[in-house]
Design a binder for this molecule. Structure first.
Ligand SMILES: [Zn+2]
Length: 576
């Protein structure tokens, strides 16, 4: 899973003699301290290879997403960075060569706004249903998971899908039933929950577990949702009670493996709602003090296979925002390393219930504190009016500060389905950017709940990049998001965003090169250029060719091989 198996020779690659693969990093055989003296003379003759690897990919269609949109045949990475892009390849005895066999390569996809930390903390063995486009596909996905797991282990799927996508029109959207679930998962309890707080469905084994705890389950396995606490949030709370830190680490790695299979290499996490530890918590809640334990342990073990950037989400009703103040006073912004780094505050700054943004005293005060501390700030916008509330509020704070005010802090408005050109221009003048997403509108959008205005934003010249906002209300899969950007169609096949679609290359640029700016790492991430991190994905089909990959197949694009810092984190050269 973590890379090459040195014991398996392959026609698709050749390698230098001295290096071998161990654990998460490259090691040099000759550098090991405890070798028999007789072996030393032989090893001394072997070349000293870069500890971060030396890998050359040839015979591909490498879409660099650089400023000229160059497409080249080869790319060479040493020690985790690109050292040559195109041109005549050169090799050393250390070079491992991978034949791409004409495959399409893109920069590693950057999701500039999601909730990968919360996904990693899901109880049970989370099974993404976001790619299921029929009840039968749901059942196949669950059956495949059951085949991997010992009997009795919980199979869960919490958020990231909408039952809209499970049933083609004109039939009404529905969950799978208890009987259907029993058929494919007779030996495992199952819990499938839509969005933050249900509704949900379970199978017979799950129903028995919930019944013991007094949680109502219908004869068809249905569990009601709605305002929390509700039967779904009570079920979720019960499942969370089973979890250990080891489970959370395994769940986090599962989430990252799924991401890598889609070609994702970097996530910008936007936090969770502060948990109460009660039946009132939904899928997006986590313990603000313990939520990062699993991630930090995996990072310390060198086990992270995607890069993660963190915003801290703050929600508090106290106008003095003491928790936010403490964060700003005691945490270093931009602290971390290339795999895990703190960025700023978001996607909320302050306010007890910022789902609908209001210019409350706590929000104004918190916003000012973030500006004075010189941190990046991000707020989400969902309604036809809140983007104006936020941008006007940011303007007030900016105007009250000495120049440059917030202009160099890259404050970001996220989602913004209804933002106008007037407000895009205002935010651009404040040095801000807009993060947009496709998957949310794809699974649940309508003719009224549509947008965002992709084309207008690109034409406005403001920094604009893409995200999933997965994995509660929206799927992680960037290819679903790109399908929506390119077609404007929702999961029911209705065209809801006509006039605001983009061509495929422009859409993918928003998920790659454009997102370097959102991380504050445009010099290191987002495109395949000399000096940048060697993050890329080798695709299973040519996304850019509308004949080879019709619009409907954009959703089905997957990565055959994903590389982070020159290290293979998904797939294998043999499979190309
Ligand atoms: Zn979000």
């Amino acid at each position: 899973m973590n890379g090459y198996d040195s014991s398996a020779p392959s026609a698709a690659r050749q390698r230098g003699p001295a290096r071998r693969r161990a654990g998460a990093g490259w090691v040099l055989g000759a550098s090991l301290a405890l070798v028999a003296p007789a072996a030393l003379a032989q090893q001394a003759a072997e070349p000293r290879c870069p500890p971060g690897g030396d890998v050359l990919l040839v015979n591909g269609r490498v879409h660099t997403m650089d400023a000229e949109s160059r497409v080249v045949e080869s790319v060479h990475a040493i020690d985790g960075r690109f050292v040559a892009v195109g041109g005549t390849p050169t090799t050393t005895p250390c070079t491992e060569t991978i034949d791409l066999r004409g495959r399409t390569v893109i920069p590693g996809i950057i999701d500039n706004h999601n909730h990968i930390v919360a996904l990693g903390l899901r109880p049970g063995h989370d099974t993404r249903l976001e790619n299921a486009h029929s009840i039968e596909a749901v059942l196949e996905t669950l059956a495949a998971k059951a085949a991997e797991l010992p009997a009795g282990e919980w199979i869960t799927s919490i958020g990231g899908f909408d039952i809209n996508q499970f049933v083609p029109p004109p039939a009404a959207p529905r969950f799978p039933t208890l009987a259907e679930l029993d058929r494919v998962t007779p030996n495992h309890p199952v819990y499938i929950q839509q969005s933050f707080a249900g509704p949900a469905v379970t199978n017979s084994r799950g129903r028995a577990f919930f019944a013991e705890r007094g949680i109502e389950v219908g004869a068809d396995g249905s569990i009601a949702g709605g305002a929390t606490p509700n039967p779904s949030s009570r079920a979720l709370h019960a499942l969370r009670g089973l979890q250990t830190l080891e489970d959370q680490k395994r769940g986090t790695l599962d989430a990252l493996r799924y991401a890598a299979s889609l070609g994702l290499t970097t996530h910008f996490d936007q936090g969770g709602f502060p948990a109460t530890g009660t039946d009132a918590d939904g899928a997006a809640h986590f313990d603000e003090y313990r939520a990062y334990d699993a991630l930090l342990e995996l990072h310390a073990e060198g086990a992270l296979i995607n890069r993660i950037r963190l915003n801290f989400l703050h929600m508090e009703a106290d106008p003095e925002t003491p928790k936010l103040r403490a964060r700003l006073e005691n945490v270093f912004p931009r602290f971390g390393d290339d795999m895990l780094r703190v960025v700023g505050i978001g996607e909320f700054t302050a306010g007890a219930s910022p789902i609908v943004m209001q210019p409350t005293p706590e929000w104004e005060n918190g916003t000012r504190l973030v500006a004075e501390a010189g941190w990046r700030n991000e707020n989400h916008s969902l309604t036809p009016g809140d983007y104006a509330t936020i941008i006007d509020g940011w303007q007030r704070v900016h105007d009250s500060l000495p120049l440059p005010g917030i202009r160099e802090l890259r404050w970001v408005l996220a989602h913004a389905p209804f933002i106008t050109r007037e407000y895009a221009d205002k935010l651009r003048a404040l040095g801000g950017g807009v993060s947009v997403l496709g998957g949310w509108r794809y699974i649940s959008g309508t003719a009224q709940q549509n947008g965002p205005p992709f084309r207008m934003l690109v034409e406005s010249g403001i920094p604009v990049g893409m995200s999933s906002d997965g994995m509660q209300i929206s799927p992680m899969n960037p290819w679903i998001g790109l399908y929506y950007v390119v077609t404007g169609k929702n999961a029911r096949g209705e065209t809801i965003n006509a006039g605001q679609t983009l061509d495929r290359a422009t859409a993918l640029r928003l998920y790659t090169a454009a997102n370097g700016w959102f991380l504050g790492e445009e010099d290191s991430l987002g495109s395949i250029e000399v000096g940048k991190h060697a993050d890329l994905a080798v695709l299973d089909r040519d996304y850019f060719d509308a004949e080879a990959t019709p619009d409907e197949d954009i959703k089905r694009v997957r990565s055959l091989l994903t590389m982070v810092g020159g290290r293979i984190v998904h797939g294998a050269p043999d499979a190309l």
